[in-house]
Design a protein around this ligand. Structure first.
Ligand SMILES: C[S@@+](CC[C@H](N)C(=O)[O-])C[C@H]1O[C@@H](n2cnc3c(N)ncnc32)[C@H](O)[C@@H]1O
Length: 182
Protein backbone atom coordinates (compact mmCIF):
# COMPACT_ATOMS: atom_id res chain seq x y z
CA UNK A 1 0.00 0.00 0.00
CA UNK A 2 3.05 2.28 0.31
CA UNK A 3 2.78 3.73 -3.20
CA UNK A 4 -0.84 2.88 -4.13
CA UNK A 5 -2.76 5.74 -5.72
CA UNK A 6 -5.96 5.62 -3.69
CA UNK A 7 -7.92 8.84 -3.91
CA UNK A 8 -11.37 9.80 -2.69
CA UNK A 9 -13.91 9.12 -5.46
CA UNK A 10 -14.60 12.09 -7.70
CA UNK A 11 -18.28 12.41 -6.73
CA UNK A 12 -17.31 12.41 -3.06
CA UNK A 13 -14.71 15.11 -3.78
CA UNK A 14 -17.42 17.18 -5.44
CA UNK A 15 -19.57 16.76 -2.34
CA UNK A 16 -16.89 17.83 0.15
CA UNK A 17 -16.04 20.78 -2.09
CA UNK A 18 -19.69 21.89 -2.03
CA UNK A 19 -19.90 21.25 1.71
CA UNK A 20 -16.97 23.60 2.33
CA UNK A 21 -19.00 26.41 0.74
CA UNK A 22 -22.15 25.50 2.68
CA UNK A 23 -20.28 25.60 5.98
CA UNK A 24 -17.87 28.42 5.14
CA UNK A 25 -15.05 26.09 6.14
CA UNK A 26 -11.67 27.75 6.41
CA UNK A 27 -9.71 25.36 8.59
CA UNK A 28 -9.80 21.68 7.68
CA UNK A 29 -7.87 18.61 8.79
CA UNK A 30 -7.43 15.97 6.14
CA UNK A 31 -6.48 12.66 7.75
CA UNK A 32 -4.80 10.84 4.88
CA UNK A 33 -3.45 12.95 2.03
CA UNK A 34 -1.68 10.41 -0.18
CA UNK A 35 -0.99 12.10 -3.54
CA UNK A 36 -3.13 15.08 -2.58
CA UNK A 37 -6.22 14.68 -4.74
CA UNK A 38 -8.94 15.44 -2.16
CA UNK A 39 -6.63 18.11 -0.75
CA UNK A 40 -6.95 20.05 -4.01
CA UNK A 41 -10.74 20.22 -3.73
CA UNK A 42 -10.56 21.27 -0.08
CA UNK A 43 -7.88 23.87 -0.76
CA UNK A 44 -9.79 25.38 -3.69
CA UNK A 45 -12.85 25.86 -1.49
CA UNK A 46 -10.88 27.16 1.50
CA UNK A 47 -9.03 29.68 -0.67
CA UNK A 48 -12.34 30.86 -2.08
CA UNK A 49 -13.96 31.12 1.37
CA UNK A 50 -11.03 33.18 2.64
CA UNK A 51 -11.15 35.45 -0.43
CA UNK A 52 -14.89 35.97 0.03
CA UNK A 53 -15.23 36.28 3.79
CA UNK A 54 -11.71 37.27 4.85
CA UNK A 55 -9.78 35.85 7.75
CA UNK A 56 -7.24 33.09 7.63
CA UNK A 57 -7.36 29.35 7.22
CA UNK A 58 -5.67 26.28 5.85
CA UNK A 59 -6.02 22.65 4.94
CA UNK A 60 -3.83 20.60 7.22
CA UNK A 61 -2.84 17.54 5.21
CA UNK A 62 -1.18 14.48 6.74
CA UNK A 63 1.00 11.85 5.09
CA UNK A 64 3.69 9.54 6.40
CA UNK A 65 5.03 8.19 3.10
CA UNK A 66 7.72 10.64 1.95
CA UNK A 67 7.35 9.68 -1.73
CA UNK A 68 3.63 10.39 -1.71
CA UNK A 69 4.13 13.67 0.14
CA UNK A 70 6.73 14.82 -2.40
CA UNK A 71 4.49 13.94 -5.35
CA UNK A 72 1.51 15.64 -3.70
CA UNK A 73 3.55 18.83 -3.38
CA UNK A 74 4.43 18.62 -7.09
CA UNK A 75 0.77 18.25 -8.06
CA UNK A 76 -0.19 21.22 -5.89
CA UNK A 77 2.55 23.31 -7.47
CA UNK A 78 1.07 22.51 -10.88
CA UNK A 79 -2.28 23.81 -9.61
CA UNK A 80 -0.87 27.24 -8.85
CA UNK A 81 -0.01 29.21 -5.76
CA UNK A 82 -3.61 29.80 -4.65
CA UNK A 83 -3.73 26.09 -3.75
CA UNK A 84 -0.30 25.73 -2.20
CA UNK A 85 -0.75 28.87 -0.11
CA UNK A 86 -3.54 27.29 1.93
CA UNK A 87 -2.11 23.79 2.35
CA UNK A 88 0.06 22.83 5.29
CA UNK A 89 1.26 19.27 4.81
CA UNK A 90 2.37 17.59 8.00
CA UNK A 91 4.67 14.70 7.22
CA UNK A 92 5.01 11.77 9.61
CA UNK A 93 2.60 9.79 11.75
CA UNK A 94 -0.56 11.87 12.01
CA UNK A 95 -1.10 10.73 15.59
CA UNK A 96 2.00 12.80 16.34
CA UNK A 97 1.77 15.59 13.76
CA UNK A 98 -1.81 16.51 14.69
CA UNK A 99 -0.99 16.92 18.38
CA UNK A 100 -0.36 20.67 18.10
CA UNK A 101 -1.44 23.93 16.44
CA UNK A 102 -4.75 22.92 14.93
CA UNK A 103 -6.59 26.19 15.45
CA UNK A 104 -10.38 25.94 15.33
CA UNK A 105 -11.42 23.15 13.01
CA UNK A 106 -14.45 23.47 10.71
CA UNK A 107 -14.11 20.11 8.99
CA UNK A 108 -12.29 16.81 9.41
CA UNK A 109 -11.95 14.39 6.50
CA UNK A 110 -11.23 10.86 7.67
CA UNK A 111 -9.80 9.13 4.60
CA UNK A 112 -7.36 7.00 6.49
CA UNK A 113 -6.79 3.36 7.38
CA UNK A 114 -9.78 2.37 9.53
CA UNK A 115 -7.93 1.58 12.81
CA UNK A 116 -6.57 5.14 12.85
CA UNK A 117 -9.89 6.88 12.34
CA UNK A 118 -11.12 6.93 15.94
CA UNK A 119 -7.75 7.89 17.47
CA UNK A 120 -7.51 10.77 14.97
CA UNK A 121 -11.05 11.92 15.71
CA UNK A 122 -10.32 11.93 19.45
CA UNK A 123 -7.15 13.94 18.82
CA UNK A 124 -8.89 16.57 16.68
CA UNK A 125 -12.25 16.73 18.46
CA UNK A 126 -11.17 19.19 21.20
CA UNK A 127 -10.29 21.69 18.44
CA UNK A 128 -13.57 21.29 16.54
CA UNK A 129 -16.06 24.13 16.62
CA UNK A 130 -19.73 23.52 17.23
CA UNK A 131 -21.20 22.68 13.82
CA UNK A 132 -17.94 21.22 12.53
CA UNK A 133 -18.41 18.37 10.07
CA UNK A 134 -16.61 15.03 10.09
CA UNK A 135 -16.64 13.14 6.80
CA UNK A 136 -15.59 9.50 6.86
CA UNK A 137 -15.15 7.48 3.69
CA UNK A 138 -16.23 3.91 3.15
CA UNK A 139 -18.35 3.50 6.26
CA UNK A 140 -20.79 1.04 4.66
CA UNK A 141 -18.19 -0.90 2.67
CA UNK A 142 -15.92 -1.25 5.69
CA UNK A 143 -18.48 -1.02 8.50
CA UNK A 144 -16.89 -3.90 10.42
CA UNK A 145 -13.51 -2.19 10.41
CA UNK A 146 -15.13 1.12 11.43
CA UNK A 147 -17.08 -0.49 14.30
CA UNK A 148 -15.29 1.44 17.05
CA UNK A 149 -15.49 4.77 15.20
CA UNK A 150 -19.16 4.37 14.32
CA UNK A 151 -19.99 3.21 17.83
CA UNK A 152 -18.31 6.33 19.20
CA UNK A 153 -20.02 8.71 16.76
CA UNK A 154 -23.45 7.13 17.15
CA UNK A 155 -23.51 6.84 20.93
CA UNK A 156 -26.55 8.78 22.23
CA UNK A 157 -24.44 11.30 24.15
CA UNK A 158 -21.64 11.61 21.58
CA UNK A 159 -22.48 15.18 20.54
CA UNK A 160 -22.57 14.05 16.90
CA UNK A 161 -25.55 13.83 14.56
CA UNK A 162 -24.83 11.24 11.89
CA UNK A 163 -26.05 10.36 8.43
CA UNK A 164 -24.70 7.76 6.00
CA UNK A 165 -24.81 9.29 2.54
CA UNK A 166 -25.55 6.85 -0.29
CA UNK A 167 -22.28 7.15 -2.16
CA UNK A 168 -20.45 4.00 -3.22
CA UNK A 169 -19.47 2.10 -0.05
CA UNK A 170 -21.01 4.89 2.02
CA UNK A 171 -19.84 8.28 3.16
CA UNK A 172 -20.58 9.21 6.76
CA UNK A 173 -21.45 12.83 7.48
CA UNK A 174 -21.30 13.66 11.18
CA UNK A 175 -22.10 17.11 12.52
CA UNK A 176 -20.57 18.02 15.86
CA UNK A 177 -23.14 19.77 18.07
CA UNK A 178 -21.85 19.19 21.59
CA UNK A 179 -24.33 21.51 23.29
CA UNK A 180 -27.48 20.61 21.42
CA UNK A 181 -30.02 18.31 23.01
CA UNK A 182 -31.95 15.85 20.79
C1 LIG B 1 -6.91 6.60 1.37
S1 LIG B 1 -5.37 7.42 1.31
C2 LIG B 1 -5.80 9.15 1.23
C3 LIG B 1 -6.32 9.59 -0.11
C4 LIG B 1 -6.49 11.09 -0.24
N1 LIG B 1 -7.39 11.63 0.75
C5 LIG B 1 -7.00 11.46 -1.61
O1 LIG B 1 -8.21 11.56 -1.83
O2 LIG B 1 -6.17 11.65 -2.51
C6 LIG B 1 -4.79 7.28 2.97
C7 LIG B 1 -3.38 7.76 3.17
O3 LIG B 1 -3.09 7.81 4.56
C8 LIG B 1 -1.70 7.56 4.74
N2 LIG B 1 -1.44 7.12 6.11
C9 LIG B 1 -1.68 5.90 6.65
N3 LIG B 1 -1.31 5.86 7.94
C10 LIG B 1 -0.83 7.12 8.24
C11 LIG B 1 -0.30 7.71 9.41
N4 LIG B 1 -0.20 7.01 10.57
N5 LIG B 1 0.07 9.00 9.36
C12 LIG B 1 -0.05 9.72 8.21
N6 LIG B 1 -0.55 9.21 7.06
C13 LIG B 1 -0.93 7.91 7.07
C14 LIG B 1 -1.39 6.48 3.71
O4 LIG B 1 0.00 6.47 3.37
C15 LIG B 1 -2.29 6.88 2.54
O5 LIG B 1 -1.56 7.60 1.58
Amino acid sequence: MRDKFIALDQDKCHFIYQLCFATGAKTIVEAGTSYGVSTIYLALAVASNIATFGGVGKVIGTEHEPGKAAQARRYWEECGSSIGDVIELREGDLLETLRHDLGTIDMLLLDIWAPLALPVLKLVQPAMRSGAVVITDNTSGASARYKDLLGYLRAPDSGFRNLTLPYSKGLEMSVYLPNQTQ
